[in-house]
Ligand binder design. Structure first.
Ligand SMILES: Cc1cc2nc3c(=O)[nH]c(=O)nc-3n(C[C@H](O)[C@H](O)[C@H](O)COP(=O)(O)OP(=O)(O)OC[C@H]3O[C@@H](n4cnc5c(N)ncnc54)[C@H](O)[C@@H]3O)c2cc1C
Length: 436
């Protein structure tokens, strides 16, 4: 066991101050230790929802065994700290694929469940939690509960998307989906503005499993709202060997100042657009560069310098989506900020099983900013206000700043959820947004 103080981080670069790392087996044996506690997966949440300053952090990654994998049914049973990456190595060669995957494979299965993550196929498959058949939940009262949609159903719904606040997930049973090959057939379509994006997105959601767009957040004037739309389906079986994926490279060090600024981003955006083929001919590519392009540079968040980055993600109902997204992009431009990864996507109407799941039908916009202190926080507040005014919500597991009012407007039913949370569990995020 390790009870030494540690400093796990969130992906945005926040450190857990004064937290004590606890081995899962130690916490399971003596559940009242280091109150308040929180499970820590692989720290791929951007803000403080995976941190617990001055409290205990249960090192959930230690729960790292794949317990069974049924090749006929595609049902996998694993401990909650197994990395999605390790699951992929096992299931893809066997013709199975996670039905929902986020934009990095470096998340734990427990973390994906606790945040009920979404992928580029939300319009078809909904969220990760829809494909969870059951999980085992350890609570601080000493209980170890099997949760399914029928058994301990309230805790099933509260834990999926419950940001680790209902207890420690120890095991997960997940239904995978069959795929005919490890490759994707991808098209890249340039769009010249937001109206064009919404047209392509509506048409593509009917024909493609995976859709997502990159927006050039620095484009102004007649180029405002331009970007590249990606859509793909799993490729059929082929005699040809699987497409090759380049190996991951490490990002060598944290530079003293952010390398992401308006100048570098303008150059990047021009290069990135130019690099995407203009003809919408499907291209056969390996699944990793399609789903996890950022995983090719390990620790790429270091490029943001010692202060790290802040991410904003909102979901806005379709009725107000076009206008709200335009307002957010114009606000970002006017603030003189540059977002490296500006991602726009439509969420479908497949319902989420989790009480606190983030997606709602409509559009979702994601922006990343180097953290420059007050001016960044002011911009984030203004973006939050636009999202709420449009009837939308702000994503808690990407967030490190939202106010209690923004949280309550995003999740008006949060008090019902709070009643099902485990009283011994907490996080920096939770204390901030529930402070009276
Ligand atoms: C490059 C990148 C791309 C991303 N793309 C997407 C995307 O497309 N869609 C999306 O939805 N998200 C996306 N994310 C966010 C990421 O998928 C989620 O934050 C994910 O939940 C992180 O998992 P983790 O294992 O790192 O967990 P952590 O970040 O360590 O923890 C996440 C939450 O899960 C809880 N938790 C972890 N393990 C357990 C456990 N065993 N029991 C109980 N609670 C637990 C923690 O307490 C915390 O609240 C992305 C992140 C990055 C860095």
């Amino acid at each position: 066991m390790s009870s030494a103080p540690v400093e796990p981080r969130s992906w945005g670069g926040l450190k857990a101050k004064g937290s004590t790392l606890i081995e899962p087996q130690d916490w399971l044996a003596e559940r009242k230790r280091n109150h308040p506690v929180l499970a820590y997966g692989n720290g791929r949440s951007y803000g403080d929802s995976c941190l617990n300053d001055a409290g205990g952090l249960i090192a959930a990654r230690r729960l790292d065994r794949i317990l069974s994998f049924d090749l006929q049914s595609g049902v996998v049973l694993c401990e909650a700290g197994v990395l999605l990456d390790d699951l992929l190595k096992l299931c893809v060669p066997a013709g199975w694929f996670p039905p929902v995957t986020p934009g990095t494979s470096l998340v734990t299965i427990g973390g994906a469940l606790a945040n009920d993550v979404h992928g580029k196929n939300h319009h078809r498959a909904g969220t990760f939690g829809r494909h969870v058949r059951s999980f085992e939940l350890a609570r601080s009262d000493g209980s170890l509960l099997i949760c399914t949609p029928a058994q301990n159903a309230e805790l099933f719904a509260a834990t999926i998307g419950g940001m680790g606040l209902t207890g420690l997930i120890t095991r997960v049973e997940l239904q995978l989906m069959p795929v005919a090959s490890a490759d994707m057939l991808q098209e890249a379509i340039h769009f010249d503005g937001l109206d064009h994006f919404f047209e392509i997105a509506a048409a593509s959601d009917a024909t493609h499993d995976y859709t997502v767009a990159w927006v050039d957040s620095l484009a102004a004037g007649r180029h405002f709202g331009r970007g590249v739309f990606f859509r793909a389906n799993h490729a059929p079986a082929s005699e040809a060997p699987p497409a090759k994926a380049a190996p991951a490279l490490p990002f060598p060090l944290t530079p003293p100042i952010p390398l992401i600024n308006r100048l570098s981003l303008r150059a990047f955006n021009a290069l990135y657009r130019a690099a995407q083929p203009r003809t919408p001919e499907p291209r056969r590519i390996a699944y990793r560069p399609f789903f996890y392009p950022l995983d090719r540079v390990r620790d790429w968040n270091r490029a943001y310098g010692p202060k790290g980055l802040r991410q904003f993600q909102c979901a806005v109902p379709m009725a107000h989506a076009r206008e709200a997204i335009e307002d957010m992009l114009r606000l970002t431009l006017a603030a003189g900020e540059s977002s490296f990864l500006t991602v726009l996507k439509l969420f479908g109407d497949v319902s989420s099983p989790g009480m606190m799941s983030f997606p709602i039908p409509g559009a979702t916009l994601t922006l990343d900013f180097p953290h420059r202190g007050e001016r960044t926080l002011r911009l984030l507040d203004a973006l939050d206000r636009l999202a709420i005014a449009a009837g939308g919500r702000v994503n808690p597991y990407k967030d490190a700043h939202m106010s209690a009012a923004t949280f309550a407007a995003s999740f008006p039913h949060w008090r019902d959820f709070a009643r099902r949370a485990d009283p011994a569990f907490s996080s920096g995020f939770w204390r901030r947004v529930t402070a009276a």
